[in-house]
Design a protein around this ligand. Structure first.
Ligand SMILES: NC(=O)c1ccc[n+]([C@@H]2O[C@H](COP(=O)([O-])OP(=O)(O)OC[C@H]3O[C@@H](n4cnc5c(N)ncnc54)[C@H](OP(=O)(O)O)[C@@H]3O)[C@@H](O)[C@H]2O)c1
Length: 312
């Protein structure tokens, strides 16, 4: 198939495109820089240079690629988020999820593409009440913390327009928290360094439930969604959603760091804000049953336990 990967140089795109090329697909991948375009070409990917917020450039790049499938992996998430100003950190990503999705979807439809795959996120955007683990049928948080409202709205936009698009199969992959090479939770990444330096405490009872996925498992799920599967939403997470009080001390241990500090919520609220405290104490995790059942996805790292130990 002819596949257009918007964001081919990102954390997921870098691991996805080699799998697609090896699978015999013709892959066009986007970047904004000529240096990365050359790297893509060397990896067997046809480079396309475009700004995802420039509608004309997107329409032109997708039309030239004549894709069967368009994969939207555009984000702008490098650096460390300030959890008190979460939406501010996500401003560009939210634009890519709203305007960028609209441009890419229109371009895919105009080019006659059969299928559109978009990146979303699962974990903290879940409703923060009821069961600790949510499925695709459970609602997004109707009352997100103030600092994350725009980001939830952008996620809602991607998920709504992609599934409602006419004449094209819309698939939304809600990835859990990525870890592994090239990620903030990977060798040299900011989050891993925070754990190493004991700057990430277990807050309160550490009851916030996180869903992780190794970047290569996420890439393999994406290939399956490109090639087959019913349109709709899929949680792309591992088998073991887990509270902070379990995964954070374990992570510290396997990377040879001292155990994380413990801090009451009232003490860290001024630094982390309500959203930051919620991430550590209240959020819910996600189930991967649908992706395993309907995409036939199997994981190399079914749990972050072996993933953190062997896959970072
Ligand atoms: N589910 C998750 O946990 C999740 C999801 C996504 C990202 N992240 C994390 O966020 C961090 C950064 O992610 P990342 O490495 O993927 O980098 P990133 O800076 O988010 O970029 C991702 C891709 O989007 C492209 N891009 C960004 N802005 C663009 C724009 N305006 N127009 C066109 N293309 C644009 C980039 O292309 P060029 O820069 O080459 O132009 C790149 O290919 C990593 O630590 C990653 O783990 C986590």
């Amino acid at each position: 198939m002819r596949i257009f990967v918007a964001g081919a140089t990102g954390a997921l795109g870098r691991r996805l495109t080699p799998l697609l090329v090896r699978g015999g697909h013709h892959v066009t991948g986007t970047t904004r820089t000529s240096r990365k375009a050359e790297q893509l070409r060397a990896a067997g990917v046809e480079p396309a240079t475009m700004d995802g917020l420039d509608r004309d450039a997107v329409m032109e790049a997708v039309a030239a690629a004549k894709p069967d499938v368009v994969v939207h992996q555009l984000t702008a998430l490098s650096g460390s988020p300030d959890l008190r100003r979460f939406d501010k950190f996500f401003t560009e990503t939210n634009r890519l999820r709203v305007e960028g999705t609209d441009h890419l979807l229109a371009a895919a439809q105009a080019a006659g593409a059969r299928r559109f795959i978009a990146q979303s996120f699962t974990g903290w955007p879940n409703e923060r009440s009821g069961s600790p683990v949510k499925t695709e049928d459970d609602p997004l948080d109707p009352h997100p913390a103030a600092a994350s409202r725009q980001t939830v709205a952008a996620i809602r936009h991607v998920e709504t327009v992609v599934r409602a698009a006419s004449g094209i199969e819309g698939v939304v992959l809600r990835y859990g928290g990525f870890y592994g090479p090239g990620n903030t939770l990977g060798a040299g990444g900011e989050l891993l360094e925070m754990v190493r330096k004991r700057r990430l405490p277990v807050v309160g009872g550490g009851g916030g439930v996180w869903s992780f996925v190794h970047i290569d498992d996420a890439a393999r799920a994406t290939v399956l969604a490109v090639e087959d599967g019913a349109p709709g939403l899929y949680n792309i997470v591992d088998d073991e959603p887990a509270p902070v009080r379990e995964w954070l001390p374990y992570l510290a241990q396997v990377i040879g760091a001292k155990p994380p500090m413990r801090a009451p919520a009232w003490l860290v609220r001024p630094m982390l804000g309500e959203h930051g405290v919620s991430l550590m104490t209240r959020i819910r995790g996600s189930s991967n049953a649908k992706a395993k059942r309907e995409l036939g996805w199997t994981l190399a790292y079914p749990s972050w336990r072996e993933g953190f130990r062997d896959g970072l």
